[in-house]
Design a protein around this ligand. Structure first.
Ligand code: NAD
Length: 495
């Protein structure tokens, strides 16, 4: 029996109207767990982006001139509306992305916390005042929005990531065009519907479905003044280059290859639980997933045995089935990538667990990789350095702290890291030495709170962090103002 009574026809949301793609083309949206048809999404072209940017441009002056606290109040209203629908959204998210329902609903609830925080930011967008060298002059800074901002997002957090870009962009006074991932159009449509019901002025938020063509058109459009992108490092590199050439502010959050480092004084059982959660949870499809375990040789055997047991206990299945603990990869393409790395790993290291697909009990209708663990992995080999984005863990053994740090930092990525130790000195040493934008001590690599900055360095991140108290700053330009108010007699010439 299917999970949707009838497939939903999503539409683009442009200038406050739901419209099909101009060329009338659509693509099917199917559940990655069993192929169920969930809906049809518009397959947009550059002309759809032209229409959306025109709507956003027309809406910009009115939205810019709306007081920031009022803009924030709208975001708070959006949050309340989504809260009432958290379970429905979580269900849709699970059906189209594949993460289990608890994770899907959890993503929605986490998004609300950030929306509420961002709504308050609308009242905290402060500048500075400073004494001027000039008599009778008052000097201060203020913030101006860029204008129309383009937002391009991936499928793996299809509620969180679009909204953690939309909220700071619009509280800062921009209007936006969102181009969500083609794998998750349903959740993007739900976001558009919520925006429509919240009474935002037409054109403040626009959503154009599709893949690379509308995304490229958004980047190139002369009326789009900044781009925020989350996705793969490969695509991010192209976008960074184009935005550099076009002098457009760019924010990129890209791939990861996150290590968990386990010292000989760590609680090995807790570290193993954190690893299994980080490596196999969400089918390894979090940017913050744990993909490398760098383990002191004296505890490595016990640790590998514990993680292996936890991996065996994973129950792959339909994301809405309450017995399921791991859903599918999002697509055939993603599963193929995971299987490719499993095959590479067979030639590079010692496989302890998993490998291949899970196909029993009807799982062959979906894209289910088996939780997989490779041991005695060389830190420089491909499975230890390239992003796999599936439930595949590489265990690297070390004997000295320097070896552990060298292995951890020896990849191009720099999103997050975890350190398990009972020695506070070791923890602080590693916090200082690990080349990642975030570090967790005695807690798993995934995680992040809306009021704290989120993001990475090296090939993981360009531009300022998302979330946290400064997220809106990417979406605004600082302006320095000098007002000669004549309140004191000038004593000299400025020139
Ligand atoms: P992707 O790069 O394939 O696609 C992301 C978006 O870019 C999609 O909307 C897609 O349509 C668009 N796109 C594709 N080709 C394009 C092009 N040539 N020009 C412009 N846009 C283009 O990434 P994905 O598979 O959707 O997402 C998975 C990736 O995202 C992983 O690498 C993951 O680590 C990363 N990610 C990073 C973070 C973070 O915060 N660092 C968070 C989530 C996901």
């Amino acid at each position: 029996m299917g999970h949707v009574s009838s497939p939903v026809h999503y539409q683009n949301y442009i200038g406050g109207e739901f419209v099909p793609a101009g060329a009338g083309e659509t693509r099917e949206n199917r559940c990655p767990a069993d192929g169920e048809l969930l809906g049809q999404a518009p397959w947009s072209q550059s002309s759809d982006i032209d229409a959306a940017v025109a709507a956003a441009k027309a809406a910009f002056p009115g939205w810019r001139d709306t007081p920031a606290p009022v803009r924030g109040d709208r975001v708070a209203k959006l949050s309340r509306l989504i809260e009432d629908r958290a379970s429905d959204w979580g269900r849709a998210l699970s059906l189209e992305e594949g993460k289990v329902f608890g994770e899907g609903r959890g993503e929605v609830l986490k998004t609300l916390k950030y929306l509420n925080f961002a709504a308050g930011d609308a009242r905290r967008m402060t500048g500075i005042t400073a004494p001027s060298e000039l008599p009778g002059t008052f000097a201060f800074t203020t913030w101006r929005p860029h204008g129309v901002v383009g937002l391009i997002t991936p499928w793996n957090f299809p509620v969180c990531i679009p909204l953690w870009k939309i909220a700071p962009a619009i509280i800062a006074g921009n209007t936006v065009v969102l181009k969500p991932a083609p794998e998750t159009p349903w959740t993007a449509h739900l976001i558009a519907q919520a925006v429509a019901e919240c009474g935002f002025p037409a054109g403040v938020v626009n959503v154009v479905h599709g893949d690379a063509e509308p995304a490229k058109a958004l980047i190139e459009h002369p009326d789009v003044h900044a781009i925020s992108f989350t996705g793969s490092t490969e695509v991010g590199r192209i976008i960074e280059a184009r935005c550099g050439a076009l002098h457009k502010p760019i924010q990129c959050e890209l791939g990861g290859k996150n290590p968990i480092i386990i010292f000989d004084d760590a609680d090995v059982e807790k570290a193993a639980i954190a690893t299994a959660f980080g490596a196999f949870g969400s089918t390894g499809q979090r940017c913050t997933a744990t993909s490398r375990a760098i383990v002191h040789e004296s505890v490595a055997d016990a640790y590998v045995a514990a993680v292996t047991e936890l991996g065996k206990a994973v129950v792959p299945g339909h994301p809405l089935d309450s017995a399921t603990t791991m859903g599918p990869s999002v697509s055939q393409r993603q599963l193929d990538q995971v299987l490719k790395y499993m095959a590479i790993g067979e030639g590079e290291a010692h496989k302890v667990l998993g490998g291949g697909r899970a196909t029993a009990n009807g799982l062959d209708r979906g894209y289910f990789p088996n939780p997989t663990l490779f041991d005695h992995v060389d830190p420089t080999c491909r499975i230890a350095t390239e992003e796999i984005f599936g439930p595949v863990l590489s265990v690297i053994r070390f004997s000295t702290v320097d070896q552990a740090v060298t292995a951890a930092n020896g990849v191009k990525y720099g999103l997050t890291s975890a350190v398990y130790t009972s020695n506070i000195g070791t923890a602080f040493d590693l916090i200082n030495r690990l080349d990642t934008g975030m570090t967790q001590v005695n807690s798993p690599t995934p995680g992040g709170e809306g009021h704290l900055p989120f993001g990475g360095i090296k090939a993981t991140g360009t531009g300022p962090r998302e979330m946290g108290p400064d997220a809106w700053r990417f979406y605004a330009e600082s302006k320095t103002v000098y007002i000669n108010h004549g309140g004191a007699k000038r004593t000299g010439s400025f020139y």
